[in-house]
Design a protein. Structure first.
Length: 99
């Protein structure tokens, strides 16, 4: 059984919820933490890192807003392209105007 590096009991205490509820939430979510050492991300992995949906990420890839490369039949997004994409979006966003 893999060891969990997070002290869940302490985190639950800080959040003010029972540890069992926190464990249930984590199990329900079912996300794999992923491999932070990957240099070529799938579209799904890149989307998860940004916190957007897969379809939206495909739109950004298709439009060229986020760099990607084709390796055989696989599409991969360089890990650094995610940060570059966010930095460009941050610079072009006007925070002074209300939506």
């Amino acid at each position: 059984m893999p060891q969990n590096p997070l002290p869940l009991a302490q985190i639950a205490r800080v959040l003010g919820i029972p540890e069992g509820a926190l464990r249930a939430l984590m199990a329900e979510r079912g996300d794999e933490p992923g491999d932070a050492t990957l240099v070529g991300l799938t579209v799904e992995e890149a989307a998860r890192r940004i916190g957007i949906g897969r379809t939206k990420m495909y739109e950004y890839v298709t439009s060229g807003e986020i760099r990607s490369v084709k390796i055989g039949s696989l599409r991969r997004i360089p890990a650094e392209a995610v940060g570059e994409f966010l930095a460009r979006r941050y610079r072009t966003t006007d925070f002074g105007t209300a939506a």
